[in-house]
Design a protein around this ligand. Structure first.
Ligand code: PMT
Length: 408
């Protein structure tokens, strides 16, 4: 899987820079072509000659002294993957802010290849809110973070922040490369955000869904090669390669999804659809002097149940379950009732889970009864786990080979 892959190995200035040499050696041994890029800081810790000798070509350090006038775009465009090990707090901050301060940050900004970042620093720095915010930003953009480990640090200190072992870094690179295109050729339809049901000309019944989880699924699906249509009620930055259909009410979302469903290979229903809506929508704005209005509600259509009832052969239908009690039992009941292949249950009463957070923690229940649990992590990682299971469901189903573009 690594054979023939062109991997840019960025090394920044930390005591763990010496481990980059071992990462390079392992990648080269596995058949990869390793292009080493060092920052000025890295040169305080290891010599260029060491890394040049063990990589596939000489180390590059500057935008200005190489044969090519634009080394960053060349490196960024030709890479199959970029890995930064170790990554300092400075590198994380510059990359998150989009600051091109040296060759490595230029390369990171001038690429569409997957990026794996392996932070390493002292515990206080690693746990600093600014560093954690930068890590969260990078994750939300699809950057793969290999978390540092606990152990001995420079200066005799012990704690979290030690660079992940080279074998873990290489395994992460392999995992990213193997996941690369596993949704290529598929149409993935995702819903995101909470629906808004009008009461009158200005008021709505809404819920707390931010759309972040649905957008993360859409971004991950696009990064894995799918054609993605996102049916959304919110206005978030649109991930690259994703087409958005904006809707507001449950009825509009149902109309959009009913139209898209026949061409969808995968549908992921992350939206929080209102269960009730006013029977009558007042034409103008209800006035206080007209008295307190009595709003009579009626059920909205259960969009997911409708999609489950008319699901074409081979389509993978994924629902979410937002629960505050009996997580597993409620999720299993929805899985059966709505004819789903997979349900993603989140306990939205737990800290950091579900509505509005950047993080989520979920239990994934498959139709066959298989259960996976993902502890609290960023929503992009949740998306990654969901789509990996979707790929597995497709691979295990009886989809004709001509339609099966999944090889995992
Ligand atoms: O948007 P975020 O802030 O990132 O938060 C993410 C989330 C908490 C909204 C998301 O993770 C989530 O749980 N989405 C589903 C919320 C929900 O409506 O759950 P439910 O248990 O009420 O519904 C079960 C499933 O049926 C859902 O897939 C829902 O989209 C679908 N449904 C529900 C009602 C309805 N009328 N039609 C539906 O299709």
């Amino acid at each position: 899987m690594l054979a023939g892959k062109r991997i840019v190995l960025g090394v920044t200035g930390g005591i763990a820079a010496y481990k980059a040499v071992e990462v390079s050696r392992r990648l080269v041994d596995a058949g990869a072509h390793v292009v080493p890029v060092m920052t000025a800081g890295a040169e305080h810790f290891i010599g260029r000659t060491t890394l040049s000798a063990l990589a596939s070509e000489p180390v590059q350090t500057s935008l200005w002294d190489e044969a090519s006038p634009i080394p960053h775009t060349l490196l960024g465009q030709t890479a199959d993957l970029i890995v930064v090990a170790p990554a300092t707090a400075r590198l994380l901050a510059a990359y998150a802010a989009g600051l091109s301060t040296d060759l490595l940050t230029n390369v990171l900004l001038a690429t569409r290849a997957p990026v794996v970042v392996c932070p390493a620093m002292h515990t206080e720095m690693w746990e600093h809110p600014a560093v954690q915010a930068n890590v969260a930003t990078l994750r939300s953009r699809g950057v793969h973070i290999v978390e540092p480990e606990e152990g001995r640090l420079a200066g005799g200190d012990v704690g979290a922040g030690r660079l992940a072992a080279p074998e873990r870094i290489v395994a992460a690179i392999e995992a990213v490369l193997s996941a690369g295109d596993d949704l290529a050729g598929l149409h993935v339809v995702v819903s995101a955000g909470g629906t808004r049901e009008p009461i009158d000309a200005v008021r709505v019944i809404a819920n707390r869904s931010s759309g972040k989880q649905g957008y993360a699924v859409a971004a991950e699906a696009a990064a894995r090669g799918a054609r993605v249509t996102l049916v959304s009620t919110v206005d978030l930055p649109v991930p690259g390669g994703v087409v958005v259909r904006t809707v507001e009410t449950a009825a509009q979302m149902q109309a959009a999804l009913t139209e898209l469903a026949p061409s969808a290979d995968v549908i992921v229903m992350a939206a929080a659809v209102a269960d009730f809506r006013p029977v009558v929508v007042a034409a103008g704005k209800l006035k206080k002097d007209q008295g307190i209005p009595q709003i009579v509600l009626e059920p909205t259509p259960d969009i997911l149940a409708g999609l489950g009832a008319s699901k074409p052969a081979g389509q993978v239908l994924v629902g979410f379950a937002a629960e505050t009690s009996d997580l597993l039992a409620n999720a299993e009941s929805k899985l059966q009732r709505k004819n789903l292949d997979l349900i993603v249950a989140n306990d939205v009463a737990a800290p950091g889970v579900g509505f509005q957070h950047d993080t989520n923690a979920v239990t994934l229940v498959q139709r066959g009864g298989e259960v996976d649990t993902i502890a609290l992590t960023d929503k992009r990682s949740i998306a990654r786990a969901i789509l990996t299971i979707v790929v597995g469901i497709r691979a295990a189903s009886t989809i004709p080979n001509s339609k099966r573009s999944l090889t995992k």
